[in-house]
Design a binder for this molecule. Structure first.
Ligand SMILES: [Zn+2]
Length: 209
């Protein structure tokens, strides 16, 4: 079995508006959003492709409020700190970035991010009991610390994600938040201890066996 993913993050790609209705993504099984995108862009992709969408919020997205339609993408599922089983793939989500402004939305200190990672443990442990593994794919907004991140505070990666990679060992981590044109980020894909870390900015089609 193979799942084909369309992953998007951080920047609207105008080409998507012509590629999607013309069948360019017809083999895509699943849409994953890694944050910092207007929800009407995600809603457009879901409507045209008619495939499930799971996403996490980024630091430029509104705070999630189940009663406020503007704080979520209709037709999609906010996967922040949750896990889901899509076909046989276990997918988890971890939104937000490092805190760089005192009142910034979806921003967390390294300590707060670690506490959030810890909140995922019960569902990850449940997956492990039921499926013999905790997670196949982790979608995040931030990169892990020291991987595809940058030295300015706003683009520091989250150490909690390094911890999750070590502990949970997902096969893939898909993230956004950092952009390639930054000087010390040259590659969008890194494999560490069996986890392939992919920067999806601004979009990528990924086949997962
Ligand atoms: Zn961001």
């Amino acid at each position: 079995m193979l799942v084909r993913i369309l992953a998007v993050s951080d920047q609207i790609v105008d080409r998507i508006y012509t590629l999607a209705p013309n069948g360019h993504f017809r083999d895509v099984d699943l849409i994953l959003g890694c944050g910092d995108l207007p929800y009407n862009y995600l809603e457009y992709i879901v409507t045209v492709l008619n495939k499930p969408l799971y996403y996490v919020p980024g630091n430029h997205d509104p705070e999630f409020n189940p009663r406020d339609l503007r704080s979520k993408a209709e037709g999609g599922i906010n996967l922040d700190l949750k896990t889901v089983c899509y076909k046989k793939y276990l997918i988890g989500g971890f939104g937000g970035s490092v805190r760089y402004r005192p009142n910034g939305t979806n921003q967390y200190t390294q300590m707060e991010a670690s506490q959030r990672a810890f909140q995922m443990m019960p569902s990850l442990f449940g997956n492990f009991v039921r499926h013999g593994r905790a997670l196949d794919i982790l979608i995040t907004h931030s990169p892990p610390f020291g991987i595809h991140d940058d030295t300015d505070l706003a683009h520091n990666g989250l150490k909690a994600l390094n911890w999750l990679i070590r502990t949970v060992k997902p096969r893939y981590l898909l993230h956004g938040h950092t952009h390639f044109y930054r000087k010390n980020i040259s590659d969008s894909e890194t494999t560490i201890n069996g986890t392939t870390i992919i920067n999806v900015y601004p979009y990528k089609v990924i086949d997962i066996p």
